[in-house]
Design a binder for this molecule. Sequence first.
Ligand code: 6R9
Length: 650
Amino acid sequence: MASTPQETLANLLSEDRTFPPSSEFAGQANITAAAYEEAAADRLAFWEAQARRLDWSKDWDRVLDWDNPPFAKWFTGGELNVAANCLDRHVEAGLGDRVAIHFEGEPGDSRAVTYAELLDEVKRAANALTDLGVAAGDRVVIYMPMIPEAAVAMLACARIGAPHSVVFGGFSVDALSSRIDDAGAKLVICADGGFRRGKPLALKPTVDASLERCPSVEKVLVVTRTGQEVEWTDKDVRWEETVGTASNEHAAQAFDAEHPLFILYTSGTTGKPKGILHTSGGYLTQASYTHHAVFDLKPESDVYWCTADIGWVTGHSYIVYGPLSNGATQVMYEGTPDTPHTGRLWEIVEKYKVTTLYTAPTAIRTFMKWGDDVPARYDLSSLRLLGSVGEPINPEAWMWYREHIGGGTCPVVDTWWQTETGAIMVSPLPGVTATKPGSAQRPLPGINVDVVDERADSVPNGGGGYLAIREPWPSMLRTIWGDDERFIDTYWSRFGGLYFAGDGAKKDDDGDLWLLGRVDDIMLVSGHNISTTEVESALVSHETVAEAAVVGASDPVTGQGIVAFVILRGGRDSSPEHLAELRKHVATTLGAIAKPRQVIVVAELPKTRSGKIMRRLLRDIAEDREIGDVTTLADGAVMSRIKVGLQSGK
Ligand code: 6R9
């Protein structure tokens, strides 16, 4: 984006529905409004109190060392073992028989893993990794389907202090090998394959092909999941033969609070992927506290379910480290939501009496498209809290989620955060906040998030600009693996000492935050910055539109013109008259400045594995360019299908 001063984001969408928590919910909630006051009175004392929710082998000397910004150290001098905090301490407290994971495989196999069993398996895996030559500080890449062994592998690495780097199962040879290579991994843990869309999807061949480019890898540890035929090399060892036969005695050693816990690669729109580095004490403190606070977790009675993949940061913080550190019982599901039928998720909610569901707007919009009658066939009355993450949630999708999944009573928490922030930063608190459909609302207690203009000045209520973080937080990234300069340039140079998140945002008249999409996607139309999110939400509020993605395409008159790609609900007509009506609908909802120049009907949209729309690829279509890098798409062929669809429609 140009560095010349531009108009800040036009404030287009207005929303006046609010939903205060019921007195029943508020009365039993883990967190009350007092948390905001406590944190405001003494931020570091507040985080220190949250760190005390964990077991430490050695106390810290300092809560925060910010002597050399932007390189933060939290709880310096403190020592803990992250895996022992997730497992041993619960078993020692007599909770070994509690189910940690209700696993549901895509083909319908299921198993319950208790805390005692999970600990046993993690100890065996820790011994096996040590026998394979992995020591504290060595990097391990994990490339697995959504099975309990993925969590075991992560926790075993944490237990021996070997930072893991999880790569989405199914990523290509290019994506996997560049991540293995950048991390300099010594070991890869994978499975033969996983079940996806009713079929076994092989993973091992991708690892084999990647290793030709990755000399650092000494061994590959292979879990049997599908039992399909796979090639075997002299680097390969079977999980069942090594972990399965290893001793289940293993004393967890404590590591420094700043010991690296994991590296997770973010796609980045250009250039090589960024290895986001997280460390131990601060990360676990915030992952654990936010899971307790935002999801109001009652470990003895809740059944929590986060539908994320373990390869996404959401799987790290809200399947593995947050929930397990809190002793939660959770559901883990291997497959896709429409296998074997579109009611699969609701069937699972009914089966396990899930109380807390955490999913993404992309999934919610898909459920809307499949129809209200699908969830209506299941008993969803166990649900008491719903969460959303990954993208701005369109107000209409939020309302649908609350009504059709949450029975009109569950609080909905829209949680804003990033791989880089490690844990939730902005979200309503379910027993405190009167929620607003589409708004992530308030920074959590102890978190200082702001919206600033080009000069890094805070914008007043009613204004729009860039989301920035004013003070270091415990689970912040520590650097980009091997590239401190890039860390400084990417996040800390644009607004002086503030952290630049890369998202556009506005404050409403109450000071609540509304996320408006990545700033790289924001459109500049006749001198006005217009958010992709607001135009998309306006389109989705039309009864015929299931999903929308808008991009700014260069325009000789207005600088950029808005081009909208829409998926219509089943069987709706795509006549020029109807598309004209959609353009008009946006103009009436948001104002003439936001009226799309063109509306294009498509059958699907390009998305990442975490469900984010990849607008830059649509911009390539809108500007009639060759399509750019598609390696992080969930489905690599989607762009050619979209192109073919457009050509045949002409
Ligand atoms: C957790 C995660 C981070 C980017 C972030 C923003 C978008 C995530 C959001 C949201 C609006 C929310 N994002 N949650 N935007 N409202 N509740 O998604 O991490 O994959 O690193 O993506 O996702 O654009 O900057 P990550």
